[in-house]
Structure formats: structure tokens, C-alpha cells
Ligand binder design. Structure first.
Ligand SMILES: Nc1ncnc2c1ncn2[C@@H]1O[C@H](COP(=O)(O)OP(=O)(O)OP(=O)(O)O)[C@@H](O)[C@H]1O
Length: 989
């Protein structure tokens, strides 16, 4: 029986440190039934033996080809480790963007990258998503193109945990969309306009302002946005940008009165201390050393940074751009200074009550700047009035209660100031006549919203803020699921695929638990309105109402935490501590203080409060009717009013923070449903903000929390692999008959190839469907096909390798034989050359001896003739003397060169030069040399010119001949250095 883990199968081995390690199955044995014993070798070469069945067996890994793909949706195996591994592989290749279906994953590089240059912007203009590498600009271009096509509203949702890069990504996306594009930009890339338009400048000016007032240093991010924002870029019928508007959500208020260690309050306070001229600092009672302010020194930091001063000036400039003049700026700074002094008011405790000195300098200063009577302020800070049906009761507060009142005023005033600033920004973005929204035909919105939040450390509790953030993410996830599932279904319908069997669980029950009629938010509101309501009684209510079998899957009472409740979110279970829920939800200032503030002598403060408290939906200047009287067609993503009027005279009843948030989220969701949505999920690769370090477990938690894994779960419920017939056929045709495949491809019968491949691979009907243009495959099928394909390819490569080796070896043998032959001929030639030289020397010696003997004889004859009186002695008929017949040296030479049969035959050549051959015949040497393909070794033409090539040159000509010789090559020289008659010389070595 076959197993799903044959040897060579690529798997992931679970690891506590890194999550998973890639490994390969070395052997697999079936123990019994489904239980297998696997021997795995991981990438470090370590062997592990594992016995198990079903889900306890290791996760399968994708074929190498698919690891590091642009789009995770194209992975054949879509389990958690595979997805994580693909993202990690890409990040290691410095590819920070990856698609996951409709989502773009952006992993924070934590160092500047050259991905946003005007050149790159130009590349993406007019290109479809998927044509180029995954990028923020591809998503921005996609949204802009969709808007241009039919005028439909678009929203790009950028989410992720704190420090993941949401704000940076949102800024880049907006810069791309707002960048002015010439009408030809889509046909001619060179006509793309660089630079900034006025609207773009104004949009960019919002960044330093919102960052100064809404961002703070946290342990997770030095410039963390403590609010959510939605920026809508408005376009007219010609797709020209006409304006923009900003909506903000849930500014974190608790930070104003309390900061954790190493964290800071909002940047603006430090910027003020670092950047204001000393005269102004003095007037406002501030100092560059901010450590004396209670609201600024709790984080343990005491020095401003140089960047605070620089950013202060940039922020002031930006205020100027959006039309807030120097006078208004001074008023803003005055209010901020008042808040810092408020924090320094000394609230002492007598035995029972709180007391504040009448002469408390901080109080006097704060009240001076706020335009409020210090006596009244003091009275309503240390006392409280309870109104019953029949009477008003005034009671004294304790010091902590009075401090609570003081801090609530700070939080309230700051939140109102933030609201006022956002309103001012919107006025500036509303165009020259303030009618941008009514002139606009369509829009692209960018939502920069906090991601799912969960503190694991016992020291940091998940509180009301986390509850609201996770509630927002739960709602967004629900929209996302519906959208992804809808898209998947649309494709199935278009391709005429039977999709009825595809189901998925959504997170509606968790949402109902939080926002339902008897849900957590409504129970919280109910408790918040009770004068004696408390966190404990709220928890009791929750447990009584929600701890029921119907909510078993989503609501839990934690076993080990007392004042807490647990919600099973789509991402993971989060336990919330109820401490402070009520106070944070109420987040109200006492009625008496509200009246003091709204009737302040400070006209600017009154304007700020009025704007924040009485701002109703649709009352933005951006929404003013145009001069022609038309009303905006652009849906509003939720104007967050700080309060709603009660209708009872002028009194203002402040709704709870929870209900405001619920309302604004509801409006946002309504708007999202009207738009086409694009998703960017930012991922923080490590907690230390270190560049290019990837911590697998942390990323996995974020992939879970961002819903990426959930999307994949939805995809795997259907047919995650979708290929066009052509792509599929071109990749897998080699699995079918080797003649049939290519010929069907040539005839473009792609669907037929697909069917044959499926038949050949024995993939049954439940595992695939053939649509109109695409083939749909269940999870894991592609990996099977890919492994069969690589087996076949490996076999082909094996054959090719061996054939190539065979051919190369034959060539080598042939080459070796030729080399040896050339060597032997050349050695012969050299021997002959040496022999001739020796022979000539011997001949000369012989002639010299003969001449000497003749001379001797002549002298003897002369002597005899003289002695005989002139009688002549006859010679022996001219016969040669023994020395004339050959010298003993000559004989010795012959013997010396007789060292082999081939050489002997060569030595048999006559002493006389060979007669010139009538037909030049190729010698064996030439034939051997010709076998060599390298011309430099042998020049055919030059050899053929000399018919006497076998005759060695005279000794004196040897060097000259060497330079002319066709063999004058390094090998020749090497050869010449050795004794030519040494038979062991082998040049092929
Ligand atoms: N594309 C990028 N290239 C280089 N660095 C980046 C990029 N995106 C983010 N960063 C770095 O990461 C830091 C945090 O980014 P950012 O402030 O956008 O996070 P965030 O998700 O908005 O966090 P928060 O929710 O706390 O506001 C930036 O200050 C910057 O140093």
C-alpha cells in the first residue's frame, strides 16, 4: 500500500524555537492501519524518528519551484508552515512584498529601501496587478484604475500590528494616488508628471500635524499612531484630484495622563518644549527640560530629542499650509501648556477628603490659560454633585478621585483639540471654495487602522482599548471573509463550476457577542450609566448574560483570572481584564466642569469645544453644497462626533466611548460595503525593529491575526489551485505520451492535454473540475503533479548526463591517441635531425683523416722518389682506404639511434635528400595532427608546403626552423626541453 510519505517527500518538522524546520523523509514504514514511522533528515542533517497518524504526522512542503512564489495563493500546499516559509524565503531575498490572493503582505524591512523612486512609480503606472513584482504601487494602481474605469469608490485597507509599517505604507500609497498624472501617463510612461500638486502638498501637510498630535513613542514603535484614520482622496469626472477628507477613530486618551516605562506622551508636548523660542516658553511657564511635568516624566525619559525641535518647525509650517495662522498656533500652544500645568496641580489628602491649595501655582497658570475661574475649578475637582429625582447632593472626593477628575479634564480637552485640528485639516482639504466633496464624483480611500492587539505578558493587561481595537478587527475580518468568499464564488460561477459543497465558518458569533442587543458593549453602557456601577458588577452581568451554551464557542470565563473574561476571536483567544473598563468607557468630565469649560473666557477654547461637541454628521465644510447647489455623492466614512445633543435645552449628554466607536465603525462598514476593497497587511518581522531579521513564530501569529491564514482556509475549502488550460498544459504536457504532448500543444488543444494529464496522473473527479477557461484543483494536487513532473525530469536529466559523459569520454580517448602519435612522430623527427648532424660531423672527420693520410702518402712517395732518383711509386688503382669506407664514429652513431622499430625504419631513409614528390602525400604525422581539432597545434597548410618535411634541417638552421615550424607552440617548446630520444616523454600528461 502506498503512503503519503514516500522517501524523498519534503516535509516540515515542528520546532519549538523556530516553528518549523524543513526536512526530507528518509524512510517510511507502516506500523499498523494509518500509523506510520518516519525517519526524517532535517536541513542541518539531523535525523529524527517520528511515529504517528493523521494530524500528528508532519506537514507536507511545497515543491522547490513553488517556494518563494509571488502569490501565496498559487502554492499547492497551503498549510501554515508552507505559507510562513514562502514569506520567509522572499524576505531573505529582500523581497518585502508578497501577494496572498487579493491581499498584499508587506513585511517591514526596518531600513530604507530603494523601492519608491520616481522610476519605480513610472513602472507601475498603467500596469495590471500581477504584471510586475508585488508592490504597494501595484495595489494603488489597481484601485486607481478600477476607479477610473467605472467611477466606483475604492478603499485600500492597511492593517497590521503596531510598528508593522501601516502609516509608512499608507503614506506611500496616497503619494502614488495623489501624484498628478498627465492624461498621457497611461500610454506614454515618459509623460508621467513628477513633483507635487497643491492638493498633494496639503495632504502631505496633514502628516506632520496628525503625527505630532496623534503619535507617540511606545515600546513597539517610536512613532506609533494612537488613532485610526481614513483618508478619502476625492476625484472629479476627469479623474483629477479635487480634494480630500480625513476621518479619525478612537484616539488613545489614557496616554495623556499615564505613560508606561520608556514610553512617551504625544509628540507635540516634547516638540513644544524643544522648539518654542525661550521667550514664549517663559510666557507659557514651560521649560526645555520637561522632567518637572508629571504628564511627561512618567516614562522615565527626560530629554527631548533633536528631532523634536526639527519636527516642531515642520509641524508649524504644516499648520501654516492648512491655514492655521500664527495667532491660532499660539492659542493651541497655550491650551497644551495649560494641560501640562493641570497635571502638576497638587492634590493632597486629608484624613477623608482631597484638598488643593488656593495658591497652587500650577492650578492658577492652567486656569489662566484655559480662561476658567480657579475657585470654581477647585470646587468641582474635590467635590462631586449627584442629582437624584428630588435633590442635588454634594459629596467630597478622596485625593485619588480628585486626581481622576483632573486627569479626565486633560483627556477631554486634548481630545477636543484633536477633533478641532482634524476639522481644520478637512477645511483646508476641501478645495478653494470648500466644495470638494460635492464636486467629487468618485474617490479612493486609505484606511490606516490598528491591527489585532493582544498582550501576552501578565504585566500588561488587555483592557478596554484592546477590546475596541479587536472589535474593529473582528468587523473588518468579517467583511473581508465575505468579500473573499464572494470573489471565490464569482469565479466559480463564471467558470461554471459546481461550488455548492464549499462552506466556511465566519466570525459572526463573536461580533454578535460584542455588539449584539445583549452583548458586551450594551451591558457595559448599561453599567456605565448607573451611578454606582462598577467593573465588578459589570463582570457579574457579563457572566450572567453571556456565559451560556449558545455562546460556548466565543465566550469563556477564564479559570485562572478573577476579574476577567475571554473572547475567542477569529485570530486567537484574548482574556480581557475588566479593571478600568467602566471609567474608560464613560471617559467623561463632570457636568460642572463641562459647563465651566464651555463658558470659558478663552474664545479659542470655546471654539474648540464647540467644534468637537456639536459637530454633526455631514456638517464638514468639505460637504458643503457646491455653488450650483449639488450635494456630495461621496459616502462619509463616519464623522466621529464627541457628543450628541439630547434635545433638552442646551445641555449636552455625552455618549460613552464604546457607543461612539460602535457607531463610527458601523458607518465605516456601510461605506466599505459600497466600495471595492483592496487589502494591505503589514507584518512586523521581529520585535527588536532590526533590519532583515525574520522571527518565524512572531510572523506566524501576525499572519493568523491579519486573517491571511483564515483566507487561505476559505480558499482551501474550495479549489485553491486555478490555472488556465494553456499554463497547465505547457507545464505538465511531459507527463503524457512524448509524441502526443508536443503535437497537441502545437495544435493548441490545451484542454485535451489537461484531461490527458489528469488521466495519466490518476486524479479523480472529486479532486478537480474543468471550468470554461481554467482547471480547478483541490489542495495538494498540484504538489502531486509537480513531484511526478520532477521525477520525470530527473530521469531525463539522468539520461542526458550519461549520454554527454559517454560522448566526452570517446572524444577524450581519440584525443589521447592522436597526442601519443604526434609525440612519437616528433620524437622520430628530432632523432633524425640529431643523427644527421652527428653523421655530417663524422663525414667531415673522415674527410680530414683521409686528406691527412693522402698528404702523408704523398710525402712518403716524394721521399721515396727522391731516394730512387726521381722514380714514381704507383697507387692501388684508386681503391678506398679503410678509413675512406666509413669512420668508426659513423658506425657508432647508427648504433646509437637504433632504439625502436619505428625509429629504425625512419633511420633507413637515404642520406641524400628525398627527391621532390610529384604528388604531396599526407604523412602519418599529418593525419594524426589533423585529428586534433585545435588548429594552433597543427597548421596543415604550412606542413604541406614542404615535401621534405621528414628531412631534418641542418644543425645551424634548427633554431630558425623552430621559429618557422608549425609546431612552434608551448607544447613544442616543452617537448624540446626534454631529450627527444627519451621514450618515456608523454606530452598528454
Ligand atoms: N516601507 C518601509 N521601508 C523602510 N522602513 C519602514 C517601512 N515601513 C515601515 N518602516 C519602518 O518601521 C517603522 C514603523 O512604521 P509605522 O510607523 O508605519 O508603523 P505602524 O504600523 O503605523 O505602527 P503604529 O500602529 O504603531 O502606528 C517606521 O518608523 C520605519 O522606520
Amino acid at each position: 500500500m502506498t503512503t503519503p510519505y514516500p522517501p524523498g517527500t519534503r516535509v516540515f518538522l515542528e520546532d519549538t524555537q523556530t516553528g518549523w524546520i524543513p526536512a526530507v523523509v528518509s524512510s517510511c514504514a507502516r506500523v499498523s492501519g494509518d500509523t506510520l514511522t518516519l525517519v526524517l533528515t532535517d536541513e542541518n542533517g539531523k535525523e529524527t524518528t517520528l511515529t504517528g497518524s493523521g494530524s500528528s504526522l508532519p506537514h507536507l512542503r511545497n515543491p522547490q519551484l513553488l517556494e518563494g512564489v509571488d502569490d501565496l495563493a498559487t502554492l499547492s500546499i497551503l498549510n501554515e508552515p508552507s505559507i510562513l516559509h514562502a514569506v520567509e524565503t522572499r524576505y531573505a531575498q529582500r523581497k518585502i512584498y508578497t501577494y496572498s490572493g487579493i491581499v498584499l503582505l508587506a513585511v517591514n524591512p526596518f531600513e530604507p529601501v530603494s523601492l519608491y523612486t520616481p522610476e519605480i512609480v513610472k513602472h507601475y503606472v498603467g500596469r495590471n496587478k500581477g504584471e510586475l513584482d508585488p508592490h504597494l504601487f501595484a495595489i494603488a494602481e489597481d484601485a486607481f484604475a478600477a476607479m477610473s474605469l467605472d467611477g466606483s469608490g475604492q478603499t485600500i485597507i492597511v492593517s497590521g500590528e503596531s510598528g508593522a509599517g501601516k502609516t509608512e505604507s499608507a503614506k506611500l500609497v496616497m503619494r502614488y494616488i495623489a501624484a498628478p498624472k498627465s492624461p498621457d501617463a497611461y500610454t506614454d510612461k515618459n509623460s508621467f508628471v513628477e513633483g507635487t500638486s497643491q492638493v498633494e502638498q496639503q495632504i502631505q501637510a496633514t502628516n506632520p500635524i496628525l503625527e505630532a498630535f496623534g503619535n507617540a513613542k511606545t515600546t513597539r514603535n517610536d512613532n506609533s499612531s494612537r488613532f485610526g484614520k481614513y483618508i478619502q482622496l476625492l476625484f472629479d469626472t476627469n479623474r483629477h484630484i479635487v480634494g480630500a477628507r480625513v476621518r479619525t477613530y478612537l484616539l488613545e486618551r489614557s496616554r495623556l495622563s499615564y505613560q508606561a516605562k520608556t514610553e512617551r506622551n504625544y509628540h507635540i508636548f516634547y516638540q513644544l518644549c524643544a522648539g518654542l523660542p525661550s521667550q514664549m516658553l517663559k510666557e507659557l511657564g514651560l521649560e526645555a527640560d520637561y522632567s518637572k511635568f508629571h504628564y511627561l516624566n512618567q516614562g522615565g525619559l527626560s530629554v527631548t530629542e533633536q528631532s523634536d525641535c526639527d519636527k516642531f518647525h515642520a509641524m508649524r509650517e504644516a499648520l501654516g499650509i492648512i491655514g492655521i495662522d500664527a495667532g491660532k498656533q499660539r492659542s493651541i500652544f497655550q491650551i497644551l501648556a495649560a494641560l501640562l500645568h493641570l497635571g502638576n496641580i497638587n492634590v493632597a489628602q486629608t484624613r477623608t477628603d482631597a484638598v488643593i491649595e488656593d495658591e497652587d501655582v500650577s492650578m492658577l497658570r492652567a486656569m489662566e490659560f484655559l480662561g476658567v475661574n480657579p475657585g470654581d475649578f477647585k470646587k468641582w475637582t474635590i467635590r462631586k454633585q449627584i442629582t437624584t429625582r428630588s435633590e442635588k447632593i454634594v459629596t467630597n472626593l478622596t485625593a485619588p478621585q480628585a486626581v481622576g477628575v483632573r486627569d479626565s479634564i486633560t483627556r477631554f480637552v486634548y481630545a477636543c483639540l484633536f477633533e478641532w485640528l482634524v476639522t481644520s485639516i478637512n477645511e483646508s482639504l476641501a478645495g478653494k471654495y470648500g466644495d470638494a466633496a460635492s464636486r467629487a464624483e468618485t474617490y479612493v480611500g486609505v484606511l490606516d487602522i490598528y491591527g489585532f492587539e493582544h498582550f501576552e505578558k501578565a504585566s500588561v493587561a488587555n483592557s478596554f482599548e484592546q477590546f475596541c481595537i479587536n472589535y474593529a478587527n473582528e468587523k473588518l475580518q468579517n467583511e473581508f471573509n465575505t468579500y473573499v468568499f464572494k470573489l471565490a464564488q464569482e469565479e466559480y460561477v463564471k467558470e461554471k463550476i459546481n461550488w455548492t459543497s464549499i462552506e466556511f465558518d465566519d466570525n459572526q458569533s463573536a461580533i454578535d457577542l460584542m455588539e449584539g442587543k445583549i452583548g458586551i458593549l450594551s451591558l457595559l453602557d448599561e453599567e456605565s450609566r448607573l451611578p454606582l456601577g462598577s467593573d465588578d458588577s459589570f463582570l457579574q452581568k457579563l457572566n450572567a448574560q453571556l456565559n451560556k451554551p449558545a455562546n460556548k464557542a466565543v465566550y469563556k470565563m477564564p479559570k485562572f483570572a478573577n476579574a476577567a473574561f475571554t473572547i475567542a476571536h477569529y485570530a486567537l483567544d484574548v482574556t480581557y481584564q475588566v479593571d478600568g473598563f467602566l471609567e474608560k468607557n464613560r471617559d467623561t468630565v463632570p457636568e460642572e466642569h463641562l459647563n465651566l469649560l464651555t463658558s470659558s473666557d478663552n474664545a479659542f477654547l470655546r471654539e474648540v469645544l464647540d467644534t468637537a461637541l456639536h459637530h454633526r454628521e455631514g456638517a464638514d465644510t468639505a460637504d458643503l453644497p457646491s455653488p450650483s447647489g449639488t450635494v456630495s455623492k461621496i459616502p462619509d466614512p463616519g464623522r466621529t462626533s464627541m457628543a450628541g445633543t439630547t434635545g433638552r435645552g442646551t445641555s449636552v449628554k455625552k455618549p460613552t466611548l464604546g457607543s461612539i466607536f460602535k457607531m463610527s465603525l458601523g458607518t465605516l462598514m456601510d461605506m466599505l460595503r459600497m466600495t471595492q476593497v483592496h487589502y494591505i497587511r503589514c507584518i512586523k518581522p521581529n520585535q527588536h525593529k532590526t533590519a532583515w531579521v525574520f522571527s518565524s513564530l512572531q510572523v506566524l501569529a501576525q499572519l493568523r491575526a491579519s486573517g491571511v491564514l483564515e483566507t487561505i482556509r476559505i480558499s482551501t475549502a474550495g479549489y485553491p489551485s486555478r490555472w488556465t488550460f494553456e499554463d497547465f498544459a505547457r507545464r505538465y504536457f511531459l507527463l503524457i505520451n512524448w509524441r502526443e504532448g508536443p503535437s497537441l500543444l502545437k495544435r493548441e488543444q490545451f484542454k485535451r492535454v489537461c484531461v490527458l494529464v489528469l488521466m495519466k496522473a490518476k486524479i479523480d473527479k472529486t479532486q478537480h473540475q474543468l471550468g470554461e477557461t481554467k482547471i480547478f484543483l483541490r489542495s495538494g494536487i498540484l504538489a502531486r503533479l509537480e513531484s511526478t513532473r520532477s521525477e520525470k525530469l530527473n530521469a531525463i536529466i539522468f539520461l542526458q548526463t550519461n549520454m554527454r559523459r559517454l560522448i566526452a569520454m570517446r572524444k577524450l580517448r581519440h584525443f589521447g591517441r592522436s597526442v601519443v602519435e604526434i609525440q612519437s612522430h616528433w620524437r622520430g623527427a628530432k632523432a633524425r635531425q640529431a643523427f644527421h648532424a652527428a653523421r655530417e660531423e663524422a663525414e667531415a672527420e673522415k674527410a680530414r683523416i683521409a686528406a691527412k693520410a693522402a698528404e702523408e702518402r704523398e710525402r712518403e712517395r716524394e721521399r721515396k722518389r727522391k731516394a730512387a732518383g726521381g722514380r714514381k711509386t704507383p697507387t692501388r688503382n684508386g681503391a678506398a682506404t679503410p678509413s675512406e669506407n666509413g669512420s668508426p664514429g659513423s658506425t657508432r652513431m647508427r648504433r646509437m639511434f637504433s632504439f625502436g622499430s619505428r625509429e629504425k625504419s625512419v633511420l633507413a631513409v637515404p642520406d641524400e635528400p628525398l627527391p621532390e614528390a610529384s604528388q604531396p602525400r599526407l604523412s602519418r604525422l599529418e593525419v594524426a595532427a589533423k585529428r586534433l581539432s585545435r588548429r594552433s597545434w597543427y597548421d596543415d597548410s604550412s606542413t604541406r608546403k614542404s615535401p621534405n618535411h621528414l628531412v631534418p634541417a641542418p644543425v645551424s638552421d634548427v633554431s630558425a626552423q623552430r621559429s618557422k615550424s608549425p609546431f612552434s607552440t608551448p607544447i613544442y617548446d616543452q617537448f624540446m626541453k626534454r631529450p627527444p630520444w627519451n621514450a618515456s616523454t608523454n606530452l598528454s600528461r
